[in-house]
Design a protein around this ligand. Structure first.
Ligand code: ATP
Ligand code: MG
Length: 137
């Protein structure tokens, strides 16, 4: 059993589709083990996406991620990291598989509705970035 960090991004919270996205997550077999809504500060967004510092898309990404509240969640299940990345769909809009969360809801390359950890190490780091151990049930 594995855990991963999910973020429902500002483009989605703004459009009132938190519930639809959580429904798709739960119907896929993943369980929610922690959940909260917050509005990232500039510093929090830069720290979360530190691996992308220096890239062209970094500043607009941070601006987007701080533009409205987000919903962060810890998801659990068999191979949760890969399971959730598959459910999300590709980052590149041209490669998004039909029926994935991003295929259904993303507005653009950047405004792609959801985030999911991409490895065991990033899942550990990202879960600890938003949750203390006693907030995870
Ligand atoms: P995330 O980390 O948010 O789950 P990802 O792992 O699919 O997404 P990354 O390569 O980590 O993709 O990029 C982080 C985020 O930066 C993307 O989700 C997207 O919002 C934005 N982004 C990445 N590449 C581009 C790009 N070429 N143009 C615009 N935005 C981009
Ligand atoms: Mg990523």
């Amino acid at each position: 059993i594995q855990q991963t960090l999910s973020i429902i991004k500002p483009d989605a919270t703004r459009r009132n589709i938190i519930g639809e996205i959580l429904t798709q997550i739960e119907q896929s077999g993943l369980s929610v083990k922690a959940l909260k809504m917050l509005h990232l500060t500039q510093e929090q967004a830069e720290g979360f996406y530190a691996e992308h510092q220096g890239k062209d898309f970094f500043a607009p990404l941070v601006a987007f991620m701080t533009s409205a509240p987000i919903v962060v969640a810890v998801l659990e299940g068999e191979n949760a990291i890969t399971h959730y990345r598959t459910l999300m769909g590709a980052t590149d809009p041209e490669k998004r598989e039909k029926g994935t969360i991003r295929d259904r809801f993303a507005l653009s390359y950047r405004e792609n509705s959801v985030h999911g950890s991409d490895s065991e190490n990033s899942a550990k780091r990202e879960i600890a970035y938003f949750f203390t151990p006693n907030e995870i049930v």
